[in-house]
Design a protein around this ligand. Structure first.
Ligand code: ADP
Ligand code: MG
Length: 360
């Protein structure tokens, strides 16, 4: 069965300004048919991870295993990996057909087989009518399709994709994203996809590995990452608009949000302070029956089309504000508003370690 395994991968670059450690002790597995996304901000070590899997870099410690074979010291060309870069990296003097066929020719695949493989993939990517063009005669989206096509014809042991959509404009990115999903659903080989874009990660992946500063923060399904973020970093990085994260004082088994006492989950010890996390889509306008009512004053309304994102300063507190995503047909007589939150939808985090403490 096709499988990629990483064991305790570390990478240390020695520079004249000291050591840079872009990858810190990362272990993970990607099985046949799985689409794993490495998600994190710029500089967190995503591309270095891909380069280590591809063999373009050697890990300082750790092991890379592909289909049961330890390839840590195997040359990139002997790992049977297909990689797609952000920059496309097409051969400018070659036609689309030749770009897609190049690596198969290099591996001495018979001509007839090359032709049928290229035609088949070109059909899936809608490139049939462009086979004789050079890259300079293609749009950005078409070039990206050729770069994908070149990887797909290879039928590799592992696919590696490094921010392949980031050079496309927003509309095209959405289209190619949907195409990618369909293309890779049919693939058996494990896919490792790198992006800083949470929407790409959420829509494409079967699993997401969230990275920050070279460390694995959480490895989970998209639902798991969204519904049960392991710490404040994951909570704030995934979800748009961003989750509200409010540092509150505790009193008994409650946290004080302005004038409102919010019940805490079961904790071995109640800390002096705690972080309450709630997504703007989980904050509503209060109805008469709501128990946890947060009064405040609106200081910003942002129109997002279907919704308005309103920012509210919480009454009874100097520093707290909360954002709510509300249907855009609501109008307010005054700037005063009463919001409602449900304790079941709150994520609690440790204010010092940032670790998730639980939910009710
Ligand atoms: P990402 O792809 O997540 O944006 P990278 O993996 O490219 O991040 O880089 C992670 C960190 O490693 C960055 O701080 C980068 O400057 C550093 N880095 C990458 N390659 C080298 C290198 N060859 N020498 C020194 N530092 C490097
Ligand atoms: Mg990168």
């Amino acid at each position: 069965m096709a499988k990629l395994e990483l064991y305790n991968i570390n990478k240390i670059y020695k520079t004249n300004k000291g050591n840079v450690i872009p990858v810190k002790d990362i272990s993970l597995e990607v099985d046949e048919g799985e689409f794993l996304t490495l998600l994190g901000p710029s500089g967190c070590g995503k591309s270095t991870m891909l380069r280590l899997i591809a063999g373009l870099e050697q890990p300082t410690h750790g092991k890379v295993v592909i289909n049961g074979r330890d390839v840590t010291h195997v040359r990139p060309g002997d790992r049977n990996i297909a990689m797609v870069f952000q920059s496309y990296a097409l051969y400018p003097h070659m036609t689309v057909y030749d770009n897609m066929a190049a690596s198969l020719k290099l591996h001495k695949v018979p001509c007839e087989q090359i032709c049928s493989l290229v035609q088949d993939v070109a059909g899936k990517l809608g490139l049939e009518n462009l086979m004789e063009r050079k890259p300079s005669q293609l749009s950005g989206g078409q070039r990206q399709r050729v770069a994908l096509g070149r990887a797909l014809v290879r039928q590799p042991a592992v696919f590696l994709l490094d921010e392949p959509l980031s050079n496309l404009d927003a509309l095209l990115r959405e289209q190619v994203r949907a195409d990618l999903k369909q293309l890779f659903v049919a693939q058996k080989a494990p896919v490792v996809y790198v992006t800083h874009d949470q929407t790409e990660a959420m829509t494409l992946s079967t699993k997401i590995a969230v990275l920050c500063d070279g460390k694995l923060q959480q490895l989970d399904t998209p639902q798991g990452i969204y519904n049960q973020p392991a710490n404040q970093f994951v909570a704030s990085f995934v979800g748009s608009p961003q989750m509200n994260l409010l540092t509150l004082h505790c009193q008994g088994n409650y946290a004080l949000l302005g004038e409102v006492k919010i019940p805490l989950p079961n904790l071995p010890q109640v800390p002096p302070q705690i972080v309450l996390g709630i997504r703007p889509e989980d904050v509503a306008l209060a109805q008469p029956e709501d128990k946890y009512r947060i009064k405040g004053r609106i200081y910003l309304v942002e129109n997002l089309g279907m919704h308005n994102l309103i920012s509210v300063r919480v009454k009874g507190s100097d520093s707290l504000s909360i954002r709510a995503l509300l249907p855009n047909n609501l109008t307010w007589e005054t700037e005063e508003v009463t919001l409602a939150i449900s304790p079941q939808l709150i994520h609690w985090f440790d204010s010092e370690t940032w670790v998730r403490l639980g939910s009710l």
